[in-house]
Design a protein around this ligand. Structure first.
Ligand code: AMP
Length: 394
């Protein structure tokens, strides 16, 4: 997929509107608890600053429901960004007023302005034409570096590009699209898909689309229990997404037709409840006893899954193998994280919890690519065009 990129343009003296993903977690005192998302766009921001552009940054934070909400202000981000880029970041308390326009017009090349939360205006998520026009008026060019929101047809992702036709993808988007395209176009075989977590309906479409690409699929979490249930095997009190069972049955048929290798766990850690103080034990079989809840894959499953991982040349992983937030149920996910990191395969990880797992296992630097947008990467791999990427295609 060929995108228009910042690299092929000259931004000297231009006012550049950059859509970034600064939707960072804040504690109750509005301290940023994880600045990964800010750091992810530094390459694009520094590149534009070095080109002597006026850099106008825009993002959303949280879900303020179309109204100003001081607890979701981007002001703390301006402070952190300023430390990271080593220069002042001007904070605009709005995103479209005449005051903002004046702030931009009086800015010199090499200066940065961060606009207040775009979602303080409900028009942002409605892809409203007038709001698109007003936002576009403050800049000469548009850059998108917010991969994690490029599946949303919002003003700052899509609408604005009707008015700012000089548009390009930032470095983060290019990196994400290249990494994911490599999975869809000619992946080195065997290609292994590891799919877990709880949001089955968000992921099962991606699984279906990848049936033509992958050789092996291993499952964990609620995803595994939904497939086990679809086979009419006992799942006890385990969480199952019943609405996805018809699709899971269809996928089983497709898997058999294609002779793909498909695994649900050979054994499970089961608990009497999902809690720190739960009673738990490991089963010796692939079903869950009545009255118990599956919370992690067992040792035989870890062994079998590690073998699949060691044989793979390409791996995509989304979703933990169990309730890994609870120490006693984290082993399966952590062992899978370690095995993926040690595999020597081309490895791509998406989804906040799988990323947290490789961080917890201390192996994040051994992963070929960590996606910054879980939902966007799933839709990309589902074969759906992403509206924010489609408008940046050559
Ligand atoms: P997702 O966002 O779809 O990747 O789901 C992540 C969540 O799935 C985590 O919060 C896990 O605790 C949860 N999860 C994983 N396995 C299970 C399970 N067997 N039962 C209930 N929740 C699970």
């Amino acid at each position: 997929m060929e995108l228009i990129t910042v690299k092929e343009k000259d931004y000297s003296g231009k006012r550049v509107f950059v859509r970034v993903d600064f939707n960072v977690p804040l504690d109750k005192n509005q301290n940023i608890t994880d600045d990964t998302r800010i750091k992810a766009s530094l390459e694009t921001i520094n590149y534009l600053l070095n080109q002597n552009a006026v850099v106008i940054l825009a993002s959303h934070l949280g879900r303020p429901k179309g109204k100003p909400d001081p607890s979701m202000s981007l002001q703390p981000v301006a402070k952190r960004l300023s430390e990271l880029v080593g220069r002042q970041v001007k904070f605009a308390p709005e995103c479209i007023t005449s005051e903002v326009r004046k702030m931009v017009d009086t800015s010199k090349p090499g200066e940065i302005i961060l606009l207040e939360n775009l979602r303080f205006h409900q028009e942002e998520e409605e892809n409203d034409e007038n709001f698109s026009k007003s936002l576009a008026e403050i800049a000469d060019c548009y850059v998108n570096d917010a991969f994690g929101y490029s599946h949303r047809a919002h003003v700052s992702i899509v609408g604005i590009t009707s008015f700012l036709t000089d548009k390009a993808a930032g470095f983060l988007i290019v990196k994400e699209v290249n990494a994911l395209s490599k999975l869809l176009e000619n992946p080195e075989r065997p290609f292994l898909l590891i799919i877990g977590g709880a949001k089955v309906s968000d992921k099962i479409g991606m699984l279906r689309n990848l049936l033509d690409k992958v050789d092996t699929i291993i499952t964990g979490g609620v995803m595994a229990y939904t497939f086990i249930r679809a086979n009419n095997w006992e799942t006890g009190n385990s969480k199952v997404e019943y609405d996805s069972i018809p699709l899971a049955k269809e996928i089983y048929k497709e898997i058999r037709k294609r002779h793909l290798e498909f695994h649900t766990p050979l054994d499970h850690v089961v608990a009497d409840k999902i809690a720190e103080d739960a009673h738990y034990f490991t089963t010796e079989r692939g079903t869950v006893p009545i009255g118990w809840t599956g919370v992690d894959i067992g040792p035989q499953a870890i062994w079998e899954y590690t073998d699949c991982i060691n044989r793979a040349k390409t791996i995509f992983w989304n979703g933990p193998m169990g309730v890994f937030e609870i120490e006693a149920f984290a082993k399966g996910t952590i062992e899978i994280a370690k095995a993926v990191a040690a595999s020597g395969a081309y490895t791509v990880i998406g989804g906040g919890d799988s990323i947290a797992a490789v961080n917890k296992a201390g192996v994040a630097d051994k992963i070929s690519h960590i996606c910054t947008g879980g939902g966007a990467s799933l839709e990309f791999l589902e074969g759906k065009g992403l509206p924010g990427i489609d408008v940046l295609k050559k």
